[in-house]
Ligand binder design. Sequence first.
Ligand SMILES: [Zn+2]
Length: 300
Amino acid sequence: MSSTIEISKICGWCGKEFIARKCSTKYCCKRCSEHAYKAKKRKEHVARCNEKTVEAEKVKQSGNNEYMTPRQCASLLGLCVRTVYYHLEANLIPCIRLKGKTLISRASIDKMFENPPEYIKREKKVAEPIEEFYTTKQILEKFGISNSWLFKMAKERNIPKTVVRGKTLWSRKHIDNNLADKQPTETVAGEWYSVEEVCAKFNMSKEAVYRFVSERKIGKRKDKCKVFYSRRQFDKAMGIESELKPEYYTMPEAMARYNMTRDQISHYVRTHDIPRSYEGRYVRIDRKALDALFAPPKIG
Ligand SMILES: [Zn+2]
């Protein structure tokens, strides 16, 4: 909203005089305001970096203290904190615990160096040969991923593979480990039909299913390259009473429930691939999945 007031001001960036319409205006134009914003952010960043350096210096200095925390010990020995804890757990580095605070004495560290065990050359680890494999086709079927995704992922994570008689074979162990989170989940299965389920239940051909869902605009979701259709909407379109209770939020319900804007809800739904369907232009968001996403964090 533009006002009728006119205030003569000096731009905080370029120093030129200009006419402001609001008391809070600091800069003459968008460009100046952007420059000022960037400069401010840069300053903050530098300040943060300096703070970190001071902090690190403090930790380093404390290596001279008689007693150290595991973090200070890690800094002293040039190890990561996790490694120090590993040695503590293995009782290789002596420590005491005072009300949850772990302390290591500098003297005990020094003592470790007085009578060190003899240095033995480390034996080279022999990698066990890989003898169990998946074919590409097996992986695509089992994990529901696409061919290109598989090859991209395998390249990034260095998954061992070999080609035998023109067939690519992948290390089973590596694939299982790397695709553990892609194992088919059953959580939303009840709410959604797969194409095969529809074919079997309604005795339709795949082509008929595709035509039907597109004509009736049945809500769908994709899960690992496999498409699923809203069971509720499908049943309704088929004229049968759905046995499922309404288990969704409408957009206004979700906004009210989590005190968020439409954009925020849409963002979460999209990025976390929350199952949703559409009735006309109204979105129905899977209640269970959305609640799970916003559930307060819990450990144990
Ligand atoms: Zn300016």
